[in-house]
Design a protein. Structure first.
Length: 118
């Protein structure tokens, strides 16, 4: 399990074409990719299971806890990204609720685009 940041501070200012915004790059793939938005209500749970393919969880709002097979929970919140490799056991839970984007693909290498969380 790896933790990354995709908040505004980790992005780059874009000014091309008279633009004025910050872009936090996340991922690029050449193989088929599934992207979804996951909504967990209060006390929501994504049960303990094995990742079928590499998976990247991007927390948009709310907060929760994630773990892998070590049974130690880590707090995650808006702007955090969690990466699990293929076959890695994992779970996500929340008390207050959270919304997240889930990216699944055989070809995910977040370290090429995002900063590791310190």
């Amino acid at each position: 399990m790896e933790f990354y940041k995709f908040n505004k501070e980790s992005g780059n200012k874009i000014s091309k074409f008279n633009s004025d915004f910050v872009m936090s790059r996340i991922i690029q793939t050449n193989k088929p990719t599934n992207i979804g938005c996951m909504h967990l209500d209060q006390n929501g749970l994504v049960g303990y299971h094995q990742a079928a393919v590499p998976q990247l969880l991007l927390i948009l709002n709310g907060e929760g806890y994630v773990r892998n097979e070590k049974d130690e929970y880590f707090k995650v919140q808006s702007g955090d990204a969690v990466f699990w490799d293929k076959d890695e056991w994992h779970e996500t839970k929340t008390i207050v609720g959270l919304t997240a984007i889930v990216i699944e693909s055989e070809e995910l290498t977040p370290k090429l685009f995002m900063q590791l969380k310190k």
